[in-house]
Structure formats: structure tokens, C-alpha cells
Design a binder for this molecule. Structure first.
Ligand code: KG4
Ligand code: ZN
Length: 295
């Protein structure tokens, strides 16, 4: 509910900033600049953030940096693993996005190679969990169930992996439907649904496609580093398979801890700090929120 989200942002904004500064032991006057998500995202929520950031920057006499949400998902890894080598390849997988991005320069040049043409990966986890009556969010529960199941039990479809399909785009809607049909058929036959096997087999299909395409993107573009971010990066099977496939291909894998993978404020600050460090120009005072801001 966008309206509720905007109001919640409005109410939480000032107390959250004050608490963050207090917890970090930093005075507002010591900040180097103010970074804010300019997009993409929910227009109302973005507007609240951009307006607040402008007010703080203007009142404190600090430069303002409008940053891209997806680029900051990549940059956050620096907080955990140090400077990101460039170019970096990034696989961003959450409830809202599933993208492969090539970043020759994290502050000014992030190129989308491919993304989902229907559902995001996290969305597929959530929808399959709903069909299995496992609750929301579905990712963590399916991850847990899958540990008890056989990933080879059911062969679910791997979307867009044919020789003529786009190399870097994803599709999870057909997979979600295939899983739902399989479950319906079991229930119609009066048989018990093997939750662990369905979870493991579904998860395997998602993770297989994500890691295969991410490694392919690295090889095609001569990049020897892959970072994975977004809420789905918490998935244990994704981490394990990515690790194995990257090792086989001579690619170094970087995955931030789960708290930094999901949406957070530190990632916006991380990209803002990088803009300051690289002397990038600040945003103009007429910076506006753009719900569909491209990278
Ligand atoms: O980045 P995020 O916290 O929020 C946005 O979507 O922007 O990602 C949330 C998504 C949800 O769809 C959730 O089911 C998924 O990440 N997720 C997982 C796991 N933990 C969270 N998916 C698979 N395995 C997990 N362990
Ligand atoms: Zn996000």
C-alpha cells in the first residue's frame, strides 16, 4: 500500500536519522555529504526521502547525492569486503528485482545486461510458499524445508535457458506455474504433497538458472569477480552453488552478509561515500525522485 508506505517514511524519517547519528557517535555537522535514493522505487516513499535529504543538505551546507537503488545494492559489499574491483559483475535478486548488471564504474557507469521478464526470483519463492501454505516471506522457509528434501526429486523447468533464448534475461513465472500445477495434481489425486522435495526441487531450478547465467555473464565479459546482493542472496543453496560454479570458472565470489543484502540505509551511504571519495559532482537542488530511474 504505497500511501501507507509514504506516511510510514514520513513518520520514521527524522527519528531514524537522529538515532543513526547517535548510535554512530557522529555529529550531523561532521558529515561529508547527504546521499539519498533517487530511484527506482515507490514514488511517494522516494519523494519523502529526497525532500528530507535536500532539507538536511541545505540546512547543514553539505553536498547532496541522489543515488540509484540498484547501484547501492552493489556498492554495499565494500563495507564488508573492501574496495570493489572494477569492472564488477552483479547479480541482484530480491522480491522486486532480478538483474545482471555490469559495473565498469560503480558511481557513474552501471549497465543492465539482463533482468526478469516476469516475476522476480524472490517473488517466485513467495508465491510457491503461498501455494504450499508456508506463509510470508517464503524464501527463508523454503530454504529451510529444502535442506530436508531431494533437489533432483522433481525436474522443474529452467526458464529462458534454450539456445535461442536471451543470454542474460530471467523468467520465473513458468516455473511458479509448473510447481503450482504439480502440487494441484497431487492434491487432486488425494496424495500428500512432499513439501521438502518440492521446496528443494523448486529452489534448485531457480538457483541453477541464476548461477548459470551469472557465471556466463562474467565469462562473456572477461570479468573475474561476481557479487550477489538482494534478499534472495541469503539463500543457502544459491550461496553454495554460486561458490562452486565460480571456483570452477576462476571467478571470485563476493556476497555481503544477509543484513546488508536486503534493503538498508547503509548501502545508500556506501555509494554516497564513494561519490565523495571520487570527487563526483553533487546533485543539483532540483533533484527529483524517479520511480523508474534506470541504472
Ligand atoms: O531485498 P529484500 O529484503 O526486499 C525486496 O524485495 O526489496 O528481498 C526480499 C525477498 C523476499 O521475496 C524473500 O522471500 C526473499 O527475498 N528471501 C529469500 C531468502 N531470504 C529472503 N529467498 C530465498 N532464500 C532465502 N533464504
Ligand atoms: Zn532493493
Amino acid at each position: 500500500m504505497p500511501e501507507v508506505a509514504s506516511r510510514a517514511h514520513l513518520e520514521a524519517m527524522v527519528p531514524t536519522i537522529q538515532r543513526a547519528l547517535k548510535d554512530a557517535g557522529i555529529a550531523a555537522s561532521d558529515l561529508d555529504g547527504i546521499a539519498v535514493t533517487a530511484g527506482p522505487g515507490l514514488a511517494g516513499a522516494l519523494l519523502v526521502g529526497v525532500s528530507a535529504a535536500k532539507a538536511y543538505a541545505y540546512a547543514l551546507g553539505k553536498p547532496l547525492y541522489g543515488v540509484n537503488h540498484l547501484a547501492s545494492h552493489i556498492c554495499v559489499d565494500q563495507l564488508e569486503h573492501g574496495p570493489l574491483p572494477e569492472p564488477t559483475m552483479a547479480l541482484l535478486v530480491s522480491g522486486g528485482h532480478s538483474s545482471l548488471l555490469l559495473a565498469p564504474d560503480i558511481t557513474s557507469d552501471v549497465r543492465p545486461l539482463g533482468s526478469t521478464i516476469d516475476d522476480a526470483a524472490g517473488e517466485a519463492f513467495d508465491k510457491v510458499a503461498r501455494v504450499l501454505n508456508l506463509g510470508f516471506p517464503g524464501g527463508p522457509v523454503i530454504d529451510r524445508w529444502a535442506r530436508e528434501g531431494d533437489p533432483e526429486a522433481i525436474r522443474f523447468p529452467r526458464g529462458l535457458t534454450g539456445p535461442r533464448d536471451p543470454r542474460y534475461d530471467f523468467s520465473f513465472s513458468g516455473l511458479k506455474t509448473a510447481v503450482a500445477r504439480w502440487i494441484e495434481a497431487k492434491r487432486a489425486a488425494g496424495e500428500e504433497v512432499p513439501v521438502a522435495d518440492v521446496s528443494a526441487s523448486f529452489q534448485e531450478a531457480v538457483v541453477d538458472v541464476l548461477t548459470r547465467k551469472a557465471v556466463r555473464a562474467c565469462k562473456d565479459n572477461g570479468v573475474d569477480h561476481l557479487m550477489i546482493g538482494g534478499g534472495v542472496a541469503a539463500n543457502s543453496r544459491l550461496r553454495a552453488m554460486a561458490q562452486r560454479r565460480c571456483e570452477d570458472a576462476g571467478i571470485r565470489l563476493r556476497v555481503p552478509r544477509p543484513k546488508l543484502c536486503t534493503d538498508n540505509g547503509a548501502m545508500v551511504a556506501a555509494l554516497g561515500a564513494e561519490m565523495v571519495a571520487r570527487n563526483r559532482p553533487a546533485s543539483a537542488w532540483d533533484l527529483s525522485a524517479d520511480s523508474s530511474l534506470p541504472v
